[in-house]
Design a protein around this ligand. Structure first.
Ligand SMILES: *Cc1c(COP(=O)(O)O)cnc(C)c1O
Length: 455
């Protein structure tokens, strides 16, 4: 019988995360203090993060051991399955082989607990009492709420206002684990009040919510900040996905020619891609084409500038070099809330700049159509964000059909869409539009980029 599921047992779960910085041909650009614009120091970051995470943030060691306490929780849903999408292949009538790694089996329904668990763990052992964060669609807030419950940490989530109202079930999910959820922009912070004064109807953005969370975190010793994407240590934690996939491909006796993932802040893409890319960089693995997919409504990699910028709207975060649409860019309210971020992980941006990744932008209508094709063939309803990866993979498979070649395609199905039914209802009712950004809006946001002399 044709295998459709490649599973590993608990003892085959990775024991270390993979740090691609050890294998890159050029080091990442420096991170700068937002005030002085000098090189950032560990002391600059201490109000925000516990020591172990700061160490991981700047580490260039290839392998970083996963603590037993983290592995003990990972084991609840890891290793995650690798599926061969045989019914989708048939539906597309393609000679390509399509595989997907499914991260929707975690308690929060996405890849985000892969980093929420270690972040909560390192905070717990450092004596942190309370974690503050932001969330867009609610996936990250949900993941940190679950992690906080496991480790007995209080969790406060600033949720982008448009999602707060669009996704009441996500909010209820976070609150069920004991987290407090505040709609952002709020009146509780200086950053929030400033935005509301300028625009009382602001629907919020990740950039604004990050400002609020960071502002609160730095004011209290026992409170730290947590970020669900973008940072080096987050991308590091997500590499369990690709490390497992490597072992599963060995089981399958196959190897990908193409790897596709969607990019919001870059973490799930890095998670599946970096372990394979590392093998390629070390000359141990075959060549692979890496495709990063994003929405045309927030085209960070395809239309953004690779430049120094702030991670948030109020300019409280360090200055990092990344692909950015400008920290004042507010993307339209597309349903793939997790992909509505003005910037990109500096590490992923660096890898794109090195020419190792092909970015691609898709409209949301094409992505929902791809998601339904996938759901009807494979039985899993993807998150709207994940639909961008599905669309990318289907495109590659259809190209194989046209060219009569049989490539092996792997994509990351980073989450299920069970909390996104409103999005699917709107799509099926014909209410969604492809909202392209306006050139003028991007030009205005980019004009506000900080002037930085590179060190
Ligand atoms: C958060 C999220 C994303 C975007 O974040 P990345 O860091 O780019 O992975 C994509 N998909 C899902 C399901 C998410 O929850």
């Amino acid at each position: 019988m044709d295998t459709i599921k490649y599973t590993l047992n608990e003892s085959q779960m990775p024991t270390a995360w993979y740090n691609i910085q050890a294998d890159l041909p050029a080091p990442m650009p420096a991170v700068l203090n937002p005030g002085t614009r000098a090189l950032i120091t560990g002391a600059d970051l201490e109000p925000l993060f516990p020591e172990e995470l700061i160490k991981q943030e700047v580490s260039i060691e290839r392998w970083i051991e996963i603590p037993d306490e983290v592995r003990a929780i990972y084991r609840q849903w890891r290793p995650t399955p690798l599926y061969r999408a045989r019914r989708l292949e048939k539906a597309l009538d393609t000679p390509a082989k399509i595989y997907y790694k499914y991260e929707g089996t975690s308690p929060a329904g996405s890849h985000k607990p892969n980093t929420a668990i270690p972040q909560a763990y390192y905070n717990k052992i450092a004596g942190t009492k309370r974690l503050i964060t932001e969330t867009g669609a609610g996936q990250w807030g949900s993941s940190l709420a679950v992690a906080g419950a496991f480790f007995g940490l209080e969790v406060v989530v600033y949720m982008v206002k448009v999602s707060y109202h669009q996704k009441p079930y996500r909010r209820a999910f976070m609150e069920s684990y004991g987290a407090s959820v505040i709609a952002s922009p709020s009146n509780e912070t200086e950053s929030g009040r400033k935005i509301l004064k300028e625009n009382p109807d602001s629907t919020g953005s990740l950039g604004i919510a990050i400002s609020e969370a960071v502002e609160v975190a730095v004011q209290d010793d026992q409170t730290k900040y947590a970020l669900g994407s973008v940072l080096n240590h987050v991308l590091l934690h997500q590499t369990v996905i690709g490390i497992e996939a490597l072992a599963q491909f060995e089981q399958a006796g196959d190897y990908p020619d193409i790897i596709v993932g969607c990019t919001g802040g870059g973490s799930n893409f890095a998670g599946i891609a970096f372990p394979f890319m590392g093998k390629k960089l070390r000359g141990e693995g075959a060549d692979i084409k890496f495709v990063a997919t994003e929405p045309v409504a927030c085209p960070t990699l395809t239309q953004g500038k690779y430049a120094y910028d702030f991670g948030d709207t109020a300019h409280l975060t360090p200055l990092v070099k990344m692909h950015t649409l400008g920290s004042s860019f507010i993307p339209q309210g597309i349903h793939a809330g997790g992909l509505r971020y003005h910037g990109m992980a500096p590490l992923l941006s660096h890898v794109v700049d090195l020419g190792l990744i092909e970015p691609k932008a898709y409209g949301q209508l094409d992505c929902f159509a791809a998601g339904l094709t996938f759901a009807r063939a494979e039985g899993i309803l993807p998150a709207p964000e994940a639909n961008h990866a599905v669309k990318g993979a289907i495109d590659e498979a259809l190209r194989c059909k046209e060219e009569g070649t049989s490539k092996t395609i792997l994509f990351n199905l980073c989450g299920h869409g069970h909390f996104d039914m409103q999005a699917y209802m709107d799509y099926q009712a014909g209410l969604l539009r492809d909202t392209e950004y306006s050139n003028q809006e991007i030009a205005m946001a980019l004009a506000g980029l900080p002037v930085v002399s590179e060190v």
